[in-house]
Design a protein around this ligand. Structure first.
Ligand SMILES: Cc1cc2nc3c(=O)[nH]c(=O)nc-3n(C[C@H](O)[C@H](O)[C@H](O)COP(=O)(O)OP(=O)(O)OC[C@H]3O[C@@H](n4cnc5c(N)ncnc54)[C@H](O)[C@@H]3O)c2cc1C
Length: 291
C-alpha cells in the first residue's frame, strides 16, 4: 500500500501509529488492541522503529503481524540514528521482501541510557537518509514535520528549510508532530506551502492518556500545552483514570472537529498502543457525520 495513493484518493485518511510491544504480555494486549482498532477500518496503521536499531526485530515482527497476519495496510518506519548504510539496507531489504511499499524515514534520537557507539557512516539528518533510500529502493517515503519547530531547530523557518530538503530528496508526505493548538498546525502548513513544500502534511493527534505522560512528552517533543488544556489538567484528579481519559477524548475530538472543518488530508493518531481513546474520538466524529 502506497500511502500517497490514499492521500490522492480519499479525504480524510485515518491512520494509527503503534510501537512494537516490548514483552510477551504486551504482545497479547497488542494483538487485541489491533483487532479492536481494525474494526474502525483505519486507512492504514504504522509501526515505529527504535533509534539505534533497538526495536529492529520487534518492529519487523510487528509489521509482519499487521500486514501479513492481520492484513492491515501498513507503513514501516526506520530511524537512522546510529545505524550504518548496510544496517539500513538490511532492515529495508527485509521490509521489501514482506511487501511493504511505504517507509516513514526519521533520524531518531540518541536513547537516554544508550551505550551504543554510532556507526561512523551513520546519517546526521533524515534528509540524507531519504536521498540514500530513494536512490536504492522503489518505496514511497514519508518524513516528520514539526508545527512548533523541532526541539533542536535554530528557528521554525530553518526547520522548514530542512523539511523542504527532505521533500526535495524524495519524501512524498509529511506527518506532523502532535500539537494541542490547531493554530500551530495551520500556520505551519501556510509557511511550508510558502517555502515550496507541496506534499500532503498530516496533523498528528495525541490524546491525553495520563497527566504525567502529557507533561513529560510535551517537554521531550516540543509540543506546548495551551492554557485551556493546562487548566483542565490542573483541575482533573490525575489518579482518576476515567476522568483523565474523558478529558483527553473531549479535547482531541474538539481538535479534530477544527482540523476537519479546514479540510485536512488526514488525521494521524498516536495511539501509544491503546485502543480506547482513539475509538471514542473516531466514534464521536462519525456520530457527527464528520467522517
Ligand atoms: C510522526 C513522527 C514519527 C516518529 N517516529 C519515530 C520512530 O519511529 N522512532 C524514533 O526513534 N523517533 C521517531 N520520531 C522522533 C524523531 O526521530 C525525532 O523527532 C528526531 O529528533 C528528529 O527526527 P527527524 O527525522 O525529524 O530529523 P531531521 O529531519 O534530521 O531533523 C532533526 C534536527 O536537525 C535539523 N536539521 C535537519 N537537517 C539539517 C541539516 N542538513 N543541517 C543542519 N540541521 C539540520 C532540523 O531542523 C531538526 O532540528 C518520530 C517523530 C514524528 C513526528
Amino acid at each position: 500500500m502506497r500511502v500517497t495513493r490514499l492521500y490522492e484518493n480519499k479525504k480524510p485518511v485515518i491512520s494509527m501509529e503503534f510501537f512494537p510491544p516490548r514483552n510477551d504480555e504486551a504482545t497479547q494486549t497488542f494483538s487485541k488492541t489491533i483487532d479492536e482498532l481494525a474494526g474502525l477500518k483505519p486507512d492504514y496503521m504504522s509501526i515505529t522503529f527504535g533509534a539505534g536499531g533497538s526495536t529492529r526485530d520487534g518492529s519487523y515482527q510487528t509489521v509482519n503481524e499487521l500486514m501479513v497476519v492481520k492484513k492491515q495496510p501498513t507503513v514501516a518506519y526506520i530511524a537512522g540514528y546510529g545505524l550504518g548504510p548496510e544496517e539500513i539496507t538490511d532492515v529495508l531489504d527485509k521490509y521489501q521482501s514482506l511487501g511493504v511499499k511505504t517507509i516513514f524515514v526519521i533520524r531518531g534520537d540518541k536513547p537516554r541510557e544508550d551505550k551504543l557507539t554510532p556507526h561512523p557512516q551513520s546519517f546526521a539528518h533524515a534528509s540524507e537518509m531519504i536521498a540514500f533510500i530513494k536512490q536504492r529502493y522503489d518505496f514511497t517515503l514519508g518524513c516528520a514535520g514539526y508545527p512548533e519547530g523541532h526541539v533542536e531547530a535554530i528557528s521554525l523557518e530553518k526547520d522548514i528549510e530542512y523539511l523542504k530538503c527532505k521533500v526535495d530528496n524524495g519524501a512524498e508526505y509529511v506527518v506532523a508532530q502532535y500539537f494541542y493548538d490547531n493554530a500551530f498546525f495551520f500556520d505551519y502548513v501556510e509557511k511550508c506551502r510558502a517555502a515550496g513544500v507541496s506534499v500532503p502534511i498530516i496533523p498528528g493527534i495525541m490524546p491525553v492518556y495520563t497527566v504525567k505522560m502529557t507533561k513529560m512528552l510535551s517537554n521531550v517533543c516540543g509540543s506546548s500545552i495551551p492554557v485551556n488544556l493546562q487548566n483542565s489538567l490542573d483541575a482533573v484528579d490525575a489518579d482518576n483514570k476515567g476522568a483523565v481519559l474523558k478529558l483527553g477524548i473531549d479535547f482531541a475530538t474538539e481538535q479534530c472537529r477544527g482540523l476537519l472543518k479546514e479540510g485536512v488530508a488526514g488525521l494521524h493518531f498516536y495511539t501509544m498502543d491503546r485502543s480506547y481513546s482513539t475509538t471514542e474520538i473516531l466514534n464521536n466524529l462519525k456520530a457527527e457525520k464528520l467522517l
